[in-house]
Design a protein around this ligand. Sequence first.
Ligand code: NZQ
Ligand code: ZN
Length: 393
Amino acid sequence: MFHFNYYTPTKVIFGKAVENQTGELVKAFGGKRVLIHYGGESAVRSGLLDRVKAALDEQGIFHVELGGVVPNPRLGKVKEGFALAREQGVDFLLAVGGGSVIDSAKAIAYALAEPEHDVWELFTHKRKAKGCLPVASVLTIAAAGSEMSPSCVITNEKTGEKRSYNDDLSRPRFAVMNPELTMTLPDYQTESGCTDIMMHTMERYFTQGGNMGLTDEIAEGLLRTVMKCAEVLHTDPQNYEARAEVMWAGALSHNGLTGCGNNGGDFVSHGMEHELGGMFDVTHGAGLAAIWPSWARYVYKDCLPRFVRYGVQVMGVEPEADDELTALKGIEAMENFYHRIGMPVNLRELGINPTDEQILEMAESCANAAGGQKGSAKVLRRQDFVKIYRMAR
Ligand code: NZQ
Ligand code: ZN
């Protein structure tokens, strides 16, 4: 077991109608002038935005709003939010939406804390943040886990770079989680979300040595639960219990819990997906599903005990005398699961067809973003990324 820090300061309010408590929560956390940040139309259509505003009004809390955050949130919107929030003297960022909205709110919060600096410098790792205004969310999709995570992922639309910045400063103050709010999601978003949730745990699971029994059991239980519920929701999207399980799993999968003692995790699939998101604007979870099987086949021999355990404990395959065969059966079972929930298992099924030149560009950018190399199951470099993108075509 490796040493670890575990820090999850986010207060969770979970259950039906909990969004009505948002005003009291903002007040309790000291917010006086709030920027309500949201995405396209979904929070408006469902009436959620009005309910949240009413909850703030009840507490006499000043608020302005800014919508229009798109999936793979853009730096331009962050700058727009920064200008508005600065002009209005905003002291609290309330995201009403999913990972994209929360991340856009986090980036605005960083920008407000150090207005003299360009916030993009954080994402290019030119500097570390010294501050971040308080952020909280009313979550509408179980997926990214940004509601409890220290991560923030922004796309610079001018350069096509999708980059992340991780810092405990941006861990949200509270997360309002009503599973009913996710019932209006299109199936593709629900299942992309389930895929992303699983991947946050899988990225931490496939590491070299130093694993911890309890962490592994939590990880495997989370993965089995999400798989079961993803299949339920594929045919029964209004199932409250399944929505609730997935929502809670989403928060726990990326708040650090499933990585305790595991030495940091792999995160190559995420790094490679971020390039796909930056270049082709694909849905994050579906992009991960399209990369993972090729990554797994590329690295499994170097991390065999974990792949064997995964196959048996998570995918339920019968162990073979030959460990490699068991590992490969586990990867194949995962692909079959992705297909059952309507997810792609390669780039063609994802709906994109990158040229050789684009693959070289993505591999180069992925390596640069990682400082040359990335991975724990197997340490990979630019040339490895090229091979995996090619395998995934
Ligand atoms: O914009 P609206 O109209 O709200 O539509 C959204 C959007 O089109 C829709 N949606 C959300 N809630 C809905 C709904 N539609 C109907 N009913 C609802 N209740 O769903 C679409 C996707 O929303 P988005 O916020 O993009 O989803 P997600 O939570 O998957 O976030 C994806 C972003 O998070 C990043 C991803 O890379 C991507 O940019 N990630 C952030 C992480 C973090 N901060 O910790 C970690 C992740 O690994 C990930 O990289
Ligand atoms: Zn993710």
